[in-house]
Design a protein around this ligand. Structure first.
Ligand code: MN
Length: 202
């Protein structure tokens, strides 16, 4: 069974960047629904009982009539795990080898953040921008992800370590159509110590 992760902060801990009601609905309804759906879809398939990452890597083993649903829902669980784990009410700044790598590849931290926000702004319709790491070379790049289509990225030996959710459910209650304002606020609550942990473990 794939389980819903626990938040390691209170529902209102991310205010004012993300309001408590949005965190509640986003995590306890949307994120939970992806978990429930993927568990239902995996039942009776050869992927049942595998970890989330193994499901995504081996999605081509899914029965063809279930593949799209597993892609959407396992991808949804994975992206929301990264999204909710990256935030903190007392975020740490970027440091160490991740900072060095960001500066080497993007020129500066601020430039990388601008590119991440730009990719999120220009994602047409539901989706994400993501900072991804090549598992072998540790190279970093910023990509757009439509819907929850992260399985192909993971199959290509890459791991998202920071993700910006631009599905309307992520921001509409507080920001309505002002996607740019939402993005400006959420990049301030990314806890780079948490991101560094993921980066180190790849
Ligand atoms: Mn979402």
């Amino acid at each position: 069974m794939i389980e819903l992760i626990n938040l390691d902060y209170a529902l209102d801990a991310l205010e004012p960047a993300i309001d408590a009601m949005t965190v509640d609905i986003h995590h306890n309804k949307h994120h939970q629904a992806y978990v429930n759906n993927v568990n239902g879809l995996l039942e009776g398939t050869t992927l049942e009982g595998k970890s989330l990452i193994e499901v995504l890597k081996n999605i081509d083993d899914a029965p063809s009539e279930k593949k799209k649903g597993i892609n959407n829902n396992a991808g949804g669980v994975f992206m929301h795990n990264v999204y909710f784990k990256q935030f903190s009410e007392s975020p740490s700044e970027i440091s160490g080898d991740l900072k060095n790598n960001v500066e080497q590849i993007f020129g500066s931290y601020d430039t990388m953040i601008e590119q991440l926000k730009q990719k999120a702004m220009t994602q047409f319709g539901s989706g994400w921008s993501a900072l991804v790491v090549d598992n072998s070379s540790k190279n970093l790049e910023i990509i757009q992800v439509a819907n929850q289509d992260i399985a192909e990225v993971i199959k290509n030996n890459k791991t998202p370590i920071v993700v910006l959710d631009v599905w309307e459910h992520a921001y509409y209650l507080k920001y309505q159509n002002k996607r740019a304002e939402y993005l400006d606020e959420i990049v301030k609550i990314i806890d780079w110590n948490k991101v560094q942990e993921n980066y180190t473990n790849i």
